[in-house]
Design a protein around this ligand. Structure first.
Ligand code: AMP
Ligand code: GLY
Length: 404
């Protein structure tokens, strides 16, 4: 089968690598760091299956346009992608489906928003309704900071129109978990669970990012937890979507918190997680392309299988990330890192320098995945790979999967 992956980040590199075990793969637009990248837009590519990586083209209806042209597409239409495109709508669907989630209020005006905030207890949680590249969430113990975020969001100053509606939530506590379910419109199968590290600094210090590292499997999330999440969250959500006439074929990624009162959904994403994909997919032992094609055709027959080992990925970021980043620095040590046993390096924000070598071109530059029998060994391998890499201002967390 010829598979076309749409996107250009570390997630798409991992998708292409794992799809490439069984299929021919092209990636658009891809990047100088992703083999098989082509400049041709997806609409002009002839492929048996299209897999759309990022949320923005999904929210923008790329899956609908490709399907209208008779293509087999893995990824929801704009109707289903609204789950990620609007947190306010997502909360409405969750409440309707009876899925456990944080109590919340949705606001477009400052005074009622601040009045609601004043009734909440810390930690205060303020989110943009619209897409903000994983950065539109403030979790803080400071009421002043939360009030300031509400003001900056609603005025449009912080995130433009994405912030003109805000969701204010009850603060939850507990370990976080990402469950990625592959859906065919009616049925859903879970991939191996992963845990993501959202904050930029060690010990969860600093601002939220798109994700600084991840590992899989997750010891606190046994089969019982995965089954509970599928039964109490994913399946009712798919049914609620169907009841609204939405035929959801793609990944439904549940971002969960394992609270003392049980798992609660923090958010849904409508695509593979980044960097969760860089640990979940390398562990897959069944044919990813066959699964995604079956889901795209509305007929999943078999659940995927995963190895008994572990994978840990560490994101190497450019100076300044998640704020203003510096780009154009030569990436050193890529070949040395890749030569290590059990180490894969996935390219995210990379470009081609004048001499043809890869240079930094984005916030999250590389994701270094280690695989081994245990999480501790996989972690050691990932960090051995990271130690080979350098560019001015490279930073990464040192505590990904520590103590697991
Ligand atoms: P989201 O993009 O909605 O997943 O939020 C990003 C991150 O903010 C999550 O991974 C959590 O670490 C944190 N977060 C979001 N919602 C809550 C909440 N209701 N309570 C506590 N932390 C939260
Ligand atoms: N790792 C978080 C996300 O993909 O949204």
């Amino acid at each position: 089968m010829k598979v076309c992956v749409v996107g250009s980040g570390g997630r798409e590199h991992a998708l292409a690598a794992v799809l490439g075990r069984h299929h021919e793969v092209v990636v658009t637009p891809g990047s100088p760091g992703i083999p098989g990248s082509v400049g041709t837009p997806p609409e002009q590519i002839d492929a048996d299956l299209f897999v759309i990586g990022p949320e923005a083209p999904l929210v923008d209806g790329l899956a609908d346009r490709l399907r209208a042209a008779g293509r087999l597409v893995f990824g929801p239409g704009a109707d289903g992608a609204r789950l990620e495109g609007s947190k306010a709508w997502m909360k409405e669907v969750l409440v309707e489906a009876g899925v456990p989630t944080a109590a919340h209020g949705t606001f477009t005006d400052l005074d009622p928003a601040l009045a609601f905030l004043a009734t909440m207890a810390p930690p205060f949680v303020v989110k943009t309704d619209g897409l903000a590249a994983g950065k539109g969430v403030v979790v803080t113990d400071s009421l002043d900071e939360a009030r300031a975020a509400v003001g900056d969001y609603l005025s449009g100053e912080a995130f433009g129109d994405a912030g003109r509606t805000v969701v204010i939530e009850e603060g939850l506590t507990g370990p976080e978990l990402s469950i990625l379910a592959v859906c065919d419109g009616t049925r859903a199968v879970a991939l191996a669970p992963a845990q993501d590290f959202k904050r930029v600094g060690d010990g969860d210090a600093g601002p939220n990012t798109g994700g600084m590292g991840a590992y899989s499997p997750v010891p606190v999330a046994g089969d019982d937890v995965v089954e509970m999440v599928m039964r109490d969250a994913v399946e009712p959500t798919l049914a609620a979507l169907r009841a609204r006439g939405i035929d959801y074929r793609g990944v439904l990624y549940a971002g969960l918190m394992l609270t003392p009162a049980g798992p609660k959904v923090l958010e849904y994403n409508v695509r593979f997680g980044d960097p969760e994909t860089q640990v979940v997919l390398p562990r897959m032992t069944s044919d990813l392309g066959a699964l995604l094609a079956a889901a795209a055709a509305g007929a999943i027959e078999e659940a995927p299988t995963f190895d008994d080992g572990a994978a840990v990925t560490v994101v190497c970021a450019a100076e300044g990330y998640p704020r203003q980043v510096r780009s154009g620095d030569a990436i050193e040590g890529l070949d040395e890192a890749r030569a290590l046993e059990g180490v894969s390096v996935f390219c995210a924000g990379v470009g081609a320098g004048a001499d043809g070598r890869l240079v930094t071109a984005g916030g999250r530059v590389l994701a270094v995945t280690g695989q081994a029998a245990t999480i501790a060994e996989a972690r050691a391998r990932a960090y051995e790979g990271v130690a080979r890499l350098s560019w001015p201002g490279l930073h990464h967390r040192t505590d990904i999967a520590a103590g697991q």
